[in-house]
Write a protein that binds this ligand. Structure first.
Ligand code: ADP
Ligand code: MG
Length: 258
């Protein structure tokens, strides 16, 4: 397995300008590196720029300043080597599960040569037997598994996920967290996940970027060295979670006082 998909952001700024409104500084001089094949999470309150950061790496937005590189190639726009998964699965309702997952390959004319990967991924995300099912017959968790498989069918180096488990109930969510670990460990893809849930970030990530809305920057980078699978009740787990909560809370108290 060749590990690639290293991400480097250098002094990245994003300012949204719209006529008649004040400019919004969504990101201010963000510099961070994400190692090839690592699992990185971004946590922070609503509006602190998490989605913007992800969309910049995806190439869906251009930075107002600074540079973003993936394996030393500057990001110039969307590319199939950077896959995306959202909170809603957004499957095509008129296609069955197999067709949904094969969609990207078909669109790129690669289905005949790459068709084997579709079954492989359906197996990996635990949906064997549901190949012919249509999205409305699948539960929320199953739809999200399908969305992950669809993104992985393009063999992305980087998988960008914006609150991928945010719409699921807490039990399904924990099962899916293990699913994400399984996917990551078996495919070696660089995983970048936005989440509101600090515990989820600590359970999954090697690196956590903590953002606060006060200055549109990364407030703190926490490296988590614990082995997998992680035990939520362990002292080290709680310590790291508490450390992150403190960065988030202290900042929000500052804001309230202003
Ligand atoms: N297309 C846009 N035009 C104008 N402002 C935007 C746009 N997208 C995001 N913003 C603003 O940028 C800031 C960061 O947004 P976002 O990245 O969506 O935050 P988060 O995902 O952390 O909730 C917010 O103030 C938001 O209103
Ligand atoms: Mg968001």
């Amino acid at each position: 397995m060749v590990i690639s998909g290293a991400i480097r952001m250098q002094n990245v700024q994003k300012i949204f300008e719209s006529e008649g409104y004040e400019n919004v500084r969504a990101l201010d001089r963000v510099s961070v590196t994400m190692a090839a094949g690592s699992f990185v999470s971004i946590v922070g309150a609503s509006g602190c720029g998490k989605t913007t950061l992800l969309r910049l790496i995806a190439g869906l937005e251009r930075p107002s300043g600074g540079n973003i590189f993936v394996d030393d190639k500057e990001v110039a726009g969307p590319h199939h080597e950077r896959g995306l998964v959202f909170q809603q699965a957004k499957l095509f309702p008129w296609l069955n599960l197999h067709e949904n997952i094969a969609f990207g390959l078909r669109a790129r004319g690669l289905y005949e040569q790459e068709r084997g990967i579709v079954g492989e991924l359906i197996d990996l995300v635990g949906l064997t037997g549901f190949e012919k099912a249509y999205p409305h017959h699948l539960s929320g968790g199953m739809q999200q598994r399908a969305a992950l498989a669809r993104a992985l069918a393009n063999r992305p180096k980087v998988l960008l996920m914006d609150e991928p488990l945010g719409a699921l109930d807490s039990l399904t969510r924990e099962v899916m967290q293990d699913e994400l670990l399984n996917i990551w460990q078996s495919r070696g893809t660089t995983m970048v996940m936005v989440t509101h849930d600090v515990e989820e970030a600590v359970y999954l990530s090697e690196k956590i970027l903590v953002m606060t809305p006060t200055n549109s920057r990364i407030e703190k980078i926490v490296d988590v060295a614990m082995a997998y699978p992680r035990v939520r009740e362990s002292q080290e787990f709680r310590r790291i979670k508490e450390q992150i909560m403190q960065v988030l809370n202290i900042k929000s108290r500052f804001q309230a006082a202003e």
